[in-house]
Design a protein around this ligand. Sequence first.
Ligand SMILES: [Zn+2]
Ligand SMILES: [Zn+2]
Ligand SMILES: [Zn+2]
Length: 985
Amino acid sequence: MSTETPLDLKKTVNLPKTAFSQKANLAQAEPARLEKWASLDLYRLIRRAREGREKFILHDGPPYANADIHLGTAMNKILKDFIVKSRTMMGYDAPYVPGYDCHGLPIETHVERALEKKGKKKSDLSLETFRRICREHAENALKSQTRDFKRLGILGEWDNPYLTMSNHYEAETARMFARFVERGWVYKGARPVYWCLKDQTALAEAEVEYHQHTSPSVYVKFPLQSDPASIDPALAGRKVFVVIWTTTPWTLPANLGIAVHPDFEYSAFEHGDEVYIVASELVEAVAAKCGLSSGDEKPNVIARFPGAKLDRLECRHAWLDRTSLLMVGEHVTLGGEADAETELDVSEAQKKSDSKAGTGCVHTAPGHGHDDFVIGKQYGLEVYCPVDNAGRFTPEVEHFAGQRVFDANDPIVEFMRERGVLLFSENYEHRYPHCWRCKNPVIFRATPQWFISMDQAHRDLVEKDEDGRDRSNFTDNLSETPATSLRAQALAEIERVKWIPGWGVDRMRNMVKGRPDWCVSRQRVWGVSIPVFYCARCTEAVADPAVINHVAGIYERESGDAWYTHSAEDLLPPGYTCKGCGAHEWTKESDILDVWFDSGTSSVAVLENREELRWPADVYIEGGDQFRGWFNSSLMIGIAAHDRAPYNTVITHGWTLDAQGRAMHKSAGNAIEPDKVIKQSGAETIRLWCASSNYFDDMRGSDEILQRVTDAYRKLRNTARFALGNLDGFDPERDSVPVEEMEEIDRWALAELDRVTREVRAAYDGYEFHNVYRALYNFATVTLSARYFDIIKDRLYTFAPRNKARRSAQTALLQIGDALARMLGPILVFTADEIWENLPGRAEPSVHMLEFPEATGEGHAELSAEWERLFAIRDDVLRALEEARVAKQIGSSLQAKVSLKASGSALELLERHQNDLRYLFIVSQVELGKAQEGEGVSLAISVADGEKCERCWNYSTRVGESERYPTVCERCVAALKEIEEGAAD
Ligand SMILES: [Zn+2]
Ligand SMILES: [Zn+2]
Ligand SMILES: [Zn+2]
């Protein structure tokens, strides 16, 4: 041996070596990995690996197949992918079937605009042709969305998504409508619904947005027609007026009544020779505003009485020759308007300006407001709505016929001023509903529509000889809601479902409590036609479940286009005759179903119709706008179908906002475009951003925030790279060291890994991805990089490659690398797979087929406590070393000797770990001495004794002892001997 030439020292140091590069190059690496997954057919491999396991179903809320994806859409899908992948790694069989919402107004208006650009009109085309263009538009949009979602690393059945415009889905949508009819919950009636004047269609609650809007606020006096003495003798013979307040003067021509609260106290006060009635609490405010009190004088109240006293008395309309009925209702408040926003959920209601406007006497136009409609119905008022589809007054409206309602506001105010019935007017800022598409203010307008009743008890049995049209006995009073009504069942289900975050339950409950009947008809073309027929002779409507299911069968074969390509007689069962008059000529309903009815049908159309899925779903996750939207319509349809919510857990995520908390807009220049980020730094950056933000709140994004995410990514990557680099040549079968024979610090690292594994699993289980991120990031940067890796570097680099102590560290590194790959798997889908690929001895082709590591949680407490004490001493030592370095006392820490003095248990602790200390502190020598009792640990830094070893850079008094290797220390001499012997094997 000694005859051979000595080894080249540089080559005997085990420097890290791995194909896992420092620079991620994600923009190129990600597409390559996607191709690899495609050629593996990874999604199917995972299905096979989980076959027979317990199912976990996340049901995808379908994004609208219209525009390209933005950061919010990307975030939504990524969160879903986190859930599906983490549940898969918990061992569940968690298939993911993505969906697309394909019908509806946005596509229709888009196609109309595209036609206009070509100088064509919608009316130039047949409805079939128009629908075909809409279909093509949706197809193109969903193709490009699919490409983008796949690029984000989201795994699912992209080759077979569900589309609300597929034949089967359209048929199921029609069948669900039949189901509602069957239960006795569908009726056709005139009631006020949100109406967009521009798009000329009814809108669902989820299709309006509230924005600030300036309206004229007016106080108007209505003369009392009934004998005022019946209210109070003091009013006998007086000229009495009831004062109302409104911000929609254009609804005054439709005024049929005035509502007061039965229990509030009202006052009659005089001014000049007139007497005015308002709620007592508002007397001074109203009198001051309307100039009905002189100077500092208080209004002269001449009578006080409860609102109930006014019940069924009559006023005259402020200027029309018509009665306005006084009514009592619990909906009356003293806080100004409550009416327009009755459907609002709590959070929006809180944003509402609660000015003290109002008089406690509420102008009531049953054709133009929900509460107005409800109370009008109780008092037998007509649902009067003298406004046409375009928002113009109909000819019967005196003075204002043909005017557009919003334009008519000012003329009406002027008119009232001239007539002397206007007490006061001013501009009023308030939150007002606007159309989600065209952004114009909408109105409440009564039109004949199809409704799903919230409060009708459901019919247990289908009466075969009835056509389900008589729905006249529904009620709007919640306290009268029967237990089998849609509302009562929905409220019961809401309590059973788990809402994350927990406030979701209140939001949903309030939304369902306050919502009016569901208007499901739309005066549009691109959707599922309402399969209802009208007798050409007697105009009877046929909404018969058997007939609807018959039509659904045709949709199944030919798509919903069949409604437009076939005659009514073709669509009806052969020989179908009118039960009312015996005729057999028919017309078809021209309205389509609300798109929320479409998407709400998904649980049935998708979960029940695919073998790999099941109804109900375990989890739905969408943004907060879906309380009124998809969460709601899905609940309604779940109850109609199976008397149950279609989900067990509902998770709500926040919005994506910029760093200052503003909405992102391309035009504002603050939008983060997923496409751009992907090209620059890869989809992993967006994914890691999603994980690092707490999605239960709004999520902030900016270039600076993304830069921080990129830095965090680099740290995680470097941590994995250290583990991989030091596993070069490690054969797990041959080289692993049993845990009980491992070095104590290595066992400590595994105990820490176990702790973080437990934390990460719990966080995944609770859908708290930001906690997964935090736990893994801290583990990587603090526990591993700043502590463990620093300490084991000397052992890994300078010990003989197969030395047991070195293999002990490698055994730990392999477990750490393996666990990191699995635990990062759902989040950093590309990088985790790359880590996995570079770990020695891994057989499975992808980390995504695997399960999370198990946490044992056993026997770590003592070890962890012991090492926490050592690390506390280490912190002091590192600080002292840094001071010595700054003072130029030493160069590197290896040039230092640390002298420690301690007593009692601290001394015992240090003595127990005497051999670890130099590695723990990364110094060449440690001297341990006994301090006086109770003095704590004291330390001093000095220059290490001896010479610097050329190979390991430690200082030793024994450098030069070896003739063969005269420049190295005694440890290196031993290592070199081991290497030479190993090479000789
Ligand atoms: Zn509109
Ligand atoms: Zn008939
Ligand atoms: Zn050495």
